[in-house]
Design a protein. Structure first.
Length: 215
């Protein structure tokens, strides 16, 4: 009789098989975004950034015309040592520095989030797909000029082969097993702070610093 083994889908993300690029999470884009409430996008992006930092995921920050408007401080504060790559191109993958960074990261999967969905994120995702990367897009850490433009861009990227998911799902996928004590308490702390209703539920039911029976 064959011995049962764990089954892990190769499409699942883990801390070692992907890199993260946060594209133009800046104030002008936020102010003109109409697909989401800005606080929701900031919260999701901060959760995403903190999760990546916790698990040691290679992460790149990019901006466009940073001299006119800064990167959102909640994101920059997660990576205070990193100076974003500042571009003139709408498509991050038309900037050789971004392409070189992705190549040097040496990961077959790229996770992307950005503003706006229909321009900088979509162009970058489509270009990364054409370069042979498996691309994942974080839809709630991204936003567009209208709800329709965001949704149409997500559909376009998905049709081209990108996989959509949310920031909270991303973090769960990296943790995957609550018995992994090295990160479990910090993951719960991130959810408590940025996880919306799920975080509120955790705060109500568990003390993340003292209990070890997480479900």
């Amino acid at each position: 009789m064959p011995t049962a083994k764990k089954i892990i889908a190769p499409s699942l993300l883990d801390p070692t098989n992907h890199a993260l690029i946060l594209i133009d999470q800046q104030y002008l884009q936020l102010l003109t975004m109409r697909s989401h409430d800005t606080t929701i996008v900031i919260n999701a992006t901060t959760l995403l950034a903190k999760g990546a930092k916790l698990f040691g995921v290679r992460t790149l920050l990019t901006t466009a015309f940073a001299s006119r408007h800064a990167l959102v401080k909640e994101v920059q504060e997660v990576f205070p040592e990193q100076e974003p790559i500042d571009r003139t191109t709408l498509n991050a993958f038309e900037d050789e520095r971004v392409v070189s960074w992705a190549e040097a990261a040496g990961r077959g999967k790229l996770v992307l989030a950005g503003l706006w969905t229909e321009s900088c994120l979509a162009m970058s995702a489509l270009s990364a797909l054409s370069a042979g990367y498996e691309v994942y897009i974080i839809t709630d850490a991204s936003g567009g000029g209208s709800k329709e433009s965001h949704e149409m861009a997500v559909q376009r990227m998905t049709a081209a082969g990108a996989t959509p998911l949310t920031a909270g799902t991303y973090l769960k996928e990296l943790q995957r097993d609550w018995s992994r004590d090295a990160t479990a308490a910090e993951v719960l702390a991130i959810y408590e702070q940025h996880g919306g209703a799920y975080g509120e539920g955790l705060r109500w039911e568990w003390d993340a610093r003292s209990r070890k029976d997480w479900r």
